[in-house]
Design a protein around this ligand. Sequence first.
Ligand code: UFG
Length: 349
Amino acid sequence: MRVLLTGGAGYIGSHTAVVLAERGHEVVIVDDYSNAHPEAVRRVAEIVGKAVPMVEADLANQKAAAQAFTDAAAALGGELDAVIHFAGLKAVGESVAQPTRYYRTNINSTLNVLDQMRAHSINRLVFSSSATVYGDPETNPIAETQQVGVGLTNPYGWSKAMNEQIIRDAAVVQKGFRAVLLRYFNPVGAHESGRIGEDPSGIPNNLMPFVAQVAVGKREQLSVFGSSYPTPDGTGVRDYIHVMDLAEGHAAALEAAGEGVAEYNLGSGKGSSVLEVVAAFEQASGRPVPYQIVDARPGDVAECVADPRKANAELNWQTTRSLADACADSWRWQSQNPNGYAKDGEVTA
Ligand code: UFG
């Protein structure tokens, strides 16, 4: 298929581009590089041994989106078959501080993508949703049947729930439309080559990139947010999924998409605590990860673990990589690229 990846230069998009290209799909990336680096796309091309066309555009802008879809099809030499919509802002804390920016960017880009898909008769969409749409889950592991969009604690989460609804409504009026909403749990790790990985700007919000920066000596110690949750060791439990497993989930969803809209959890089904992640990273890197326990972070839930059985059965997909694999791959990426994609700190292979 000819597949347009919005936000394809980002963390999950770049890994998905590798998997799709290796499965014989033709990929074009649209990104505004506001939180991504063109170098990531160059390295994707290096990994797959084939050029990956890029179009620079801000999809939240209606005119720019129209031009981007035309340019993307031209770059692949034919009309597009599918879109995977990754583009969007994703920092939970920032979304609380800048709500209108988050809603404007995340909602407008989806509206424009849907309009362009209709205008170009593109009938296949995979959307980057998040386990955040479940809020504070009633039970763990979480199945897709649990309630969504109730009591969410930040604009980022609401924008994901709203986008799910917008896609459902748009699907009603486009004949033959197939949409898959993928609810990610906690993506971690990097491509096993160490050439692409997560490159957060500034201080990482998420656990694994923070731990990696402590291990490499860029930051002194980790703050563990809370130690009195009702979990085995008192720290928060999450379902960490290797980004390459997640990327394979996108390819599976793209290929299996049936008519209408379906939602799937992409997770491993296994929960790990913050202290278990720290221990796994120390083991994989051979470096100490000093930490201190601090107050819980507002808005965090005790536990968030996927029931991935629907995706396993209907998408013919399952995770094959462990937390130890993710730590080893994340360490390879972090130690070979201490400054991410920035040119000055680059250590070339
Ligand atoms: N944590 C720390 N210290 C840190 C960072 C995180 O102790 O410096 C803890 C958190 O309290 C939590 C766990 O590590 O228990 C994971 O935290 P992350 O920030 O890595 O991930 P979250 O589970 O909070 O958030 C992730 C995504 C969000 C998404 C959410 C949905 O980053 O985009 O899952 O469940 F909304």
